[in-house]
Design a protein around this ligand. Structure first.
Ligand code: SF4
Ligand code: SF4
Length: 108
């Protein structure tokens, strides 16, 4: 009898810095995985226990006007992306965030 081994994807959830969150709800409006909730008592966003985020999403972090959203599992996420891209013959591109005008050294 053949057995199928299903490898679970890493459960990815954002972390919200409450002191930076203005409660604008931009992140919730664009989240398609119902990971985020608005807490009326604190007037801030909170992260629900489950489910996890959609793979490769991070729209909330990109759209948050105050930089309140981050991801604590950066390493696991990058490794997960690399594996996915490797399967289809692509590589993860690196982005140089150094300020314009400064010499950019090639990454190794
Ligand atoms: S987009 Fe940012 S500031 Fe606005 S509610 Fe979400 S976490 Fe808070
Ligand atoms: S990364 Fe995507 S799925 Fe996860 S909370 Fe942000 S918008 Fe929702």
């Amino acid at each position: 009898m053949r057995q199928r081994i299903i490898q679970a994807e890493p459960l990815i959830r954002p972390v919200i810095f409450a002191e930076r969150c203005s409660g604008c709800k931009t992140c919730i409006k664009h989240c398609k995985s119902k990971v985020l909730a608005y807490d009326r008592a604190t007037r801030r966003i909170r992260v629900k226990e489950s489910p996890g985020c959609l793979p490769d999403c991070r729209i909330c972090a990109r759209l948050c006007p105050t930089g309140a959203v981050t991801f604590s599992d950066e390493e696991a996420f990058v490794s997960y992306l690399k594996k996915r891209l490797d399967k289809i013959g692509h590589e993860l591109a690196t982005v140089d965030n150094s300020p314009p005008g400064r010499e950019q050294k090639p990454r190794q």
